[in-house]
Design a protein around this ligand. Structure first.
Ligand code: CTP
Length: 405
């Protein structure tokens, strides 16, 4: 119905970018991007008067987001009407502003647009050979300065290349490589770099893109000590297995998969290098805390488990619980991926699927009713009971009461 709103406001409206690309590739894409020739915010507000949705506007950029009750979103941008005066001729306006908007984009495959109203209603606009490049499965920039203007496009190129199974056009590849060689990546702000990296880690299968980052020499742009040798490749593969296994076990849980892969990426960095990389990437506070506290702790547990293996000494369930209960699921999967021995992996997997769900019957209230004075003793009693229960020495409420008394 965007067309009708555009019609009413006399503003040409186009569906653009990734949405059109994926439509032609017959791939699902729920993010709709619109470009309005005129005032995009006015368009969004009119749309919201007619349909149940909220508008979030950014006046500085002339953009708005429509947010629907089911969580769906439509991004709206304004293409300014621009009049080109050729000497002695009338201004040529038709499509010039949508064309200019599309020209500013990263790759030809992202420059396709579908007109949603006006006399071109339903027409596919292809100014820069996007359809040909979709057919040929090739990524091409629109002009030579594309990567220089916006070096994050290097990451985007790798992401699209690997996700869509495309390849870089020869000229585009050489532009990309020279942007890297000429040090343009160092201009990218930490937050944008972190964003691009995590978007790659959130791909359905991020491994090929990660390996390609390394092949193109992009890891040292993030931190000079970052490498991707055979060992780390295997670690990434193990992490991907662990993630798949976990998601199969817990289909309803939302796992921050990118955190697992991020930990893999920096797995061999000295702990002193971690704050440096966190600063360079402007890592959000919550994740910085995870890197600071849980990462070191995880490495200690990995060493402990290795020692147990060395001594052929299986940890008791209560010991596993004590070692592992402080970690987030993401860190547990990282630990799982780091363990090369099948037996140790089984210990951790057993913790994730069973041990950590173990509970006891008694709680603080019950202890109070039994006459124990409230205080730190409660915690001790309860964790002792849990340990006994985990190790199979007690089984029922009666056992718990008997033990406490
Ligand atoms: N874009 C760009 N340069 C960037 C980022 C984005 O030119 N550094 C353009 C692209 O042409 C893209 C559009 O802005 O089509 C919207 O960006 P985004 O939503 O990130 O891209 P999608 O193509 O929708 O990619 P994805 O499928 O990964 O969401």
């Amino acid at each position: 119905d965007c067309g009708a709103v555009g019609e009413a406001l006399d503003m040409p409206v186009y569906a653009v970018g990734g949405f059109v690309r994926d439509l032609l590739l017959r791939q699902e894409n729920l993010d709709v991007d619109l470009v309005v020739e005129g005032n995009g915010i006015a368009f969004a507000e009119e749309f919201a008067r007619r349909h149940p949705c909220r508008v979030r506007s950014h006046h500085k950029f002339g953009t708005a987001i429509l947010i629907f009750p089911d969580g769906g979103k439509i991004d709206i941008a304004s293409a300014r009407m621009e009049y080109y005066l050729e000497p002695g001729a009338l201004p040529t306006v038709e499509h010039s502003s949508i064309k200019l908007d599309l020209y500013r984009r990263d790759f030809t495959i992202n420059t396709l647009a579908i007109a949603l109203n006006g006399k071109r209603h339903g027409e596919l606009l292809d100014f820069f050979g996007g359809q040909r490049d979709l057919r040929e499965k090739v990524l091409r920039v629109l002009h030579n300065l594309s990567f220089v203007e916006d070096p994050t496009r290097v990451f985007r190129a790798i992401r699209f290349e690997q996700r869509l199974g495309f390849h870089l056009g020869a000229h585009t590849e050489s532009l990309l490589k020279s942007a890297i060689q000429m040090g343009f990546m160092s201009r990218v702000s930490g937050a944008r770099l972190f964003n691009e990296l995590t978007i790659i880690f959130k791909e359905a299968n991020p491994l090929p893109a990660v390996f390609r980052l390394a092949e193109l020499g992009l890891l040292p742009c993030i931190h000079s000590a970052l490498t991707l040798g055979e060992r780390k490749r295997r670690l990434f593969e193990a992490a991907s297995q662990a993630v798949l296994w976990y998601e199969f076990q817990h289909p309803k849980k939302v796992l921050q998969r990118w955190e697992v892969y991020f930990l893999c990426l920096i797995s061999d960095l000295d702990y002193r290098a971690v704050p440096t990389i966190a600063r360079r990437l402007d890592v959000p506070a919550r994740f910085r805390e995870l890197l600071r506290a849980q990462r070191g702790q995880a490495h200690r547990v990995i060493r402990q488990l290795a020692r147990r293996l060395g001594r052929d000494q299986e940890p008791r369930p209560s010991e596993l619980h004590r070692m592992l209960s402080g970690f987030s699921d993401e860190v547990l999967l990282y630990i799982l991926a780091r363990l090369s021995d099948e037996r140790a992996r089984q210990w951790v997997a057993h913790y994730i699927t069973h041990l950590r769900h173990t509970s006891i019957h008694l709680d603080g209230h019950a202890l109070k009713e039994m006459g124990f004075p409230p205080g730190p003793l409660y915690k001790k009693i309860l964790s002792l009971l849990l340990a006994e229960r985990l190790d199979g020495r007690i089984h029922s409420l009666e056992d718990e009461i008997a033990l406490v008394q």
